[in-house]
Design a protein around this ligand. Sequence first.
Ligand code: 5GP
Ligand code: MG
Length: 194
Amino acid sequence: MCPSQPNRGEQSIRNDIERVLFTEEQIARRVETLAGQIAEQYAGRELTILAVLTGSLIFLADLIRKLPLPMRLDLVSVSSYPGQATRSEGPKVTVPPAGTLRGRNVLIVDDILDSGLTLQYLLDMVAEYQPESVSSCVLLRKERPDVENRTEAEFVGFDLPDEFVVGYGLDYDHLYRNLPDICVLKKHLYQDSQ
Ligand code: 5GP
Ligand code: MG
C-alpha cells in the first residue's frame, strides 16, 4: 500500500490513528455537562438548533437527547474543506436552513472552531433571518494563537492543540467519522495534501 494513502483495509481504521485525545467516555460526560449549561441558559424559552453538517452529526445526536427543552432542529451544510485540504479555504453554504429562523432563539451547533471563519459566516447568515437571539456551541475549540480576534463560541466542549483530528463525526477525506473517540491522525496520511 502507498504510505501516503489512508489504510482502507478491513483490518482496522485504528491503524491510522496516532493517539486518542478524548475517549468515548470523556466525550459523553462533557456533552452531558454542556447540555446542562445550555438548558440553564435557555430555560423557559424554545430553542432552535441550527446544526452544521456533516461533522456535528454525532455530537448533535448525543447533545439534543440530553436537552430537556422544547426545541426545533434545522440543518445547514457548509463546505470549507474541498477535497483533501486540512485548512479552511473559506466557507460556503451549500444547503441553507429549511425552516424559518425569524424570531427564534437560534443555537448554532458545529464540530470544531478553528479559524472561526465558518462560525462568523454562519452568524452573519443567521442575522439576516432576524432571529430573536443567536449563540453558538462547538464540541472542540482549536488553539490558534496566530488568528487575531477569532470569533468565539458561547458553549465549548473541549480545547485542543492545533492538530488535525478525526472521529466522533469528524472526517478526513470522508473517512473515520465512525471512530467513537476523538483522535489525532498519523501525519503522513494527510501532510502531503497541505
Ligand atoms: P474554521 O472555519 O473555524 O477554520 O473551520 C471550521 C470547520 O473546519 C469545522 O466545522 C470542521 O468542519 C473543519 N475542521 C477544522 N479543524 C478540523 C480538524 O482538525 N478535523 C476535521 N475533521 N475538521 C476540521
Ligand atoms: Mg464543519
